[in-house]
Ligand binder design. Sequence first.
Ligand code: F0G
Length: 456
Amino acid sequence: MNGPVEPFKIKMIEHVKIPSEKRRKEAIREAGFNTFLLYSDDVFIDLLTDSGTTAMSDNQWAGMMLGDEAYAGSKNFYNLEKAIQDVLGYKYVVPTHQGRGAEHLMYGHLTNPGQIVPRNMYFTTSKAHVELAGGTMLDVIIDDAHDPENENPFKGDVDFKKLQNLIDEYGPDKIAFVNVEMNVNMAGGQPVSMKNLRELREFCNDYNFKIIFDATRSSENAYFIREQEKGYENTPIIDILREMMSYSDGCIYSSKKDCMVNIGGFLATHSKDIFDYTRGMVVLFEGLHTYGGMAGRDMEAVARGLREGAEYEYLKYRINQVRYLGDLFVKVNIPIVKPIGGHAVFVNALKFLHHLSRDQWPAQTLSAAIYEDSAVRTMERGAVSKGRDKDTGENIFPPLELVRFTIPRRVYTNTHMEYIAESIARLYEKRDTIHGLKMVFEPKHLRFFQARFEKL
Ligand code: F0G
């Protein structure tokens, strides 16, 4: 057997086609060599993101028909609240339209101007919301995370020395809260260990710091803990999740990933204070506190998806499908981030296009070249995503300059994975013919979404 066996069968299909070479060339030029600006109709296999791109189950679709669209007190909200209490163990829940709505409320509430938010590693929207509140997000992830070859199974861990240095440099009063992301996206989908979370709780208790998780991919993180961390081999995923969350004061959550829905988010907390404030604010930005920007039917799909996405057999298939693609890349010597992460395979663009300088945007270039070659859509995760230093205005060139092949959940087959690997192998053979890009349009916020480039 090649890829992992799927623990589901297919009830409905969506047609996709490969556009001609002529159209692919036109399409990527029209899109300013930015895969975010392509029409999805021009894409054959869409690995732009695992966010909102899931195939829902029959159980979730059945739940959609039970949508209670009351403005206030929808029964679907109470089902969602119960699912979050059962699976994650938080008492209080505030729904939002998606993850960044929760970031806005939570990070906006906890950050005062001039404060620092240490986080294992930044995510684009998280960093932007802390900055919007006048704060600065600084990475305190272990050094191993910056080395694509390092095989540490928990590259998402917080480095306590780096955290201590920030506290010493700025003083404890300047620390707004400590932020930890599960299965760190920008590091390559790398998990945090339970040991690290437990120690972080003790560390933060000494300072009275709040710990807020970005629990967006926490079910996938929990799978890695069960697989890799001693003592958890036989622990149900839900028990692992509840222990993880017990070390935090609250979390923000984009439901569009591990809850296997197309839209939705929430924040959840053990703290009555955080709850009272954010529940008061949600009505200004998202909607009433029993829908927060989601339709009742969407809340039902999230409630069911959160439970389904925490099932061990599903997660085993999920993580191993991502590994299947990664292993196919390794077989043909494509340089990837190791270990293979939870939601995506990340290709090291600095190695793949070693002839390009950083200011020729190697990952952006590679992502555009992949589309042109095979109609597979991927995403830049490097210097374009990182943006500029907010004080000096200079481009920041992070150590990791990656192209993300993000696998939507339950959408593509293992044969699709083989098509992708064969295409990349072909492109790798002719990598020296690929020219770099120059940025010709740069938006002020989250520039990677809409920036435009020209071929050098
Ligand atoms: N936190 C993490 C770790 C994320 O990966 C995302 C979104 C968000 C927060 C924001 O959530 O999109 O629901 O508003 N990540 C998507 C991605 C966009 O493609 O990685 P959102």
